[in-house]
Design a protein around this ligand. Structure first.
Ligand SMILES: NC(=O)CC[C@H](N)C(=O)O
Length: 374
C-alpha cells in the first residue's frame, strides 16, 4: 500500500476508530486484544499464541527500530492485524532490515495507525475482549456490525499453528520432546542454550509415541485459543505424568491443569505485556514477567487436584503456576523465555534441567544399565 489509505476499526460493541491503513489492503476480522509492552512488537506480531487476534499496542510509537532477522518468534505470523497510535516511517537501528509497513505488506497483514489506542484499551478493559474488523473508511458500518455479531472465531487454532512434521534441534545434553502447540522460538532457544537435544513434535502426539522416544523430559509449549479445545493433549499428559519430567508454559500450563482435573476460564481482557508482577509462593519473591494469555486456571478447582499453586499474578491475584505434589511436573502461565520482556523467570529452565537430572538418577530406564553412561 503506497498511498496511505483511510481505514477504520469497528468493534462488535459499536465503537468506531478512524485511521490510516498500512500493510496489505484487505479487510481483517479478529478478536481485539491489547498489549502493554513498550518494546518487543516484532516478537508480539510473530508469537503464534496471538493466532486470529487483532493486537492493539498501547505504547504510542511502534516500529522505531524496524524488523530484524533475529527477533522472530515464528516464521509466519498468525495474527489478524495490528492497531497502533503512531507508526514510525523511518526506523533506525543497526539490526533493522525492514520497516513494520514493509513486513506487513510482504506477509499480507493489515494494520491501522493513527488510532486513539488509549480510548480503545479503556473500552476493552471495561467491556472485555471483543471482536473487531479493520475495513476501508467507506465500508457500511451496519453491515460490518452485523457481520461481527454473527462471526464465530475458529476453535481449531492449535492445529493451525502446530508443526506438521517432526524435527530435531540437536544438542548433547538432556533429550527433550517439545510438544508444539504453537511454540515461540524462545522456548527452543532456552532449551538449546542448555544444550538439550530437542525433538519437536506436533500437538496430536500420543503418550505412547512420546515414551517410545525415551526422553529425559517433555516440554509443553504456549499456543493459541481455548485450552479446552485442544483435543487429545489432556489424555497424552495423563499418559506421561510420573513417567517423565514435564514442564509447561502458558497453554502447556493450562493443559497440565486440565489434565489433572482443574478447570480453566476466560479472563475479561487477559494479560498481555512485559511488566506483569508475579509472586513465587515458594520463595516469596516477586518477579516481573512477560505474559500473553486470555484464559486462566481456576484456583478453587486446583484444590481438588494433586497440583499445588506456586505462582500468582499480583495485578489480579489469578493463578500463574502450579507444581504436581507427587510427580515431577510443573508449569507457569507466564513466559519464562521472555521474548519480549524481562528474563526474571529464566531460572525455571534451569529447574527443569535439575528435575531431569534428578529423575535420571532416580529411575534408570533399564534394569541392568543406563545406556547414557555406557
Ligand atoms: N501464550 C499462550 O500460550 C496462551 C494460552 C491461551 N491461548 C490463552 O490465551 O490463555
Amino acid at each position: 500500500m503506497s498511498i496511505k489509505m483511510k481505514k477504520k476499526l469497528i468493534l462488535e460493541t459499536g465503537e468506531i476508530f478512524h485511521g490510516e491503513g498500512f500493510g496489505a489492503e484487505n479487510d481483517t476480522l479478529g478478536e481485539v486484544v491489547f498489549n502493554t509492552g513498550m518494546t518487543g512488537y516484532q516478537e508480539v506480531v510473530s508469537d503464534p499464541s496471538y493466532f486470529g487476534q487483532i493486537i492493539c499496542m498501547t505504547y504510542p510509537l511502534i516500529g522505531n527500530y524496524g524488523i530484524n532477522r533475529d527477533d522472530y518468534e515464528s516464521i509466519e505470523p498468525a495474527i489478524k492485524g495490528l492497531v497502533v497510535k503512531e507508526l514510525c516511517d523511518f526506523p533506525s537501528n543497526f539490526r533493522s532490515q525492514l520497516s513494520v509497513q514493509e513486513f506487513f505488506e510482504k506477509k499480507g497483514l493489515s494494520g491501522i495507525s493513527g488510532v486513539d489506542t488509549r480510548r480503545l484499551t479503556k473500552i476493552l478493559r471495561s467491556s472485555g475482549t471483543v471482536k473487531g474488523k479493520i475495513v476501508n473508511a467507506d465500508a457500511d458500518e451496519q453491515q460490518v456490525l452485523a457481520e461481527l455479531k454473527s462471526a464465530v472465531l475458529p476453535n481449531n487454532q492449535v492445529a493451525a499453528v502446530s508443526t506438521k512434521g517432526t524435527y530435531a534441534s540437536p544438542g548433547r545434553g538432556f533429550k527433550v520432546v517439545l510438544v508444539d502447540f504453537g511454540s515461540k522460538n524462545g522456548i527452543l532457544r532456552e532449551l538449546n542454550r542448555r544444550d538439550c537435544d530437542v525433538t519437536v513434535v506436533g500437538h496430536q502426539i500420543s503418550a505412547e509415541d512420546i515414551l517410545l522416544l525415551a526422553p529425559d523430559g517433555v516440554m509443553l509449549t504456549n499456543g493459541p485459543g481455548n485450552p479446552e479445545d485442544v483435543g487429545t493433549a489432556q489424555e497424552m499428559i495423563r499418559g506421561i505424568l510420573g513417567k517423565v519430567p514435564i514442564f509447561g508454559i502458558c497453554l502447556g500450563h493450562q493443559l497440565i491443569s486440565l489434565a489433572c482435573g482443574a478447570k480453566t476460564f476466560k479472563l475479561k481482557f487477559g494479560h498481555r505485556g512485559g511488566n506483569h508482577p508475579v509472586l513465587d509462593l515458594r520463595t516469596n519473591k516477586v518477579i516481573i514477567t512477560s505474559q500473553n494469555h486470555g484464559y486462566a486456571v481456576d484456583q478453587e478447582s486446583l484444590k481438588t487436584t494433586d497440583l499445588e499453586e506456586t505462582h500468582i499474578a499480583l495485578n489480579d491475584r489469578t493463578n500463574e503456576g502450579v507444581r504436581h505434589k507427587i510427580h515431577p511436573c510443573f508449569s507457569v502461565q507466564y513466559h519464562p523465555e521472555a521474548s519480549p520482556g524481562p528474563e526474571d523467570g529464566n531460572y525455571l529452565f534451569d529447574e527443569f534441567i535439575e528435575m531431569m537430572a534428578e529423575f535420571r538418577n532416580r529411575e534408570p530406564r533399564f534394569e541392568n544399565q543406563d545406556y547414557r553412561y555406557a
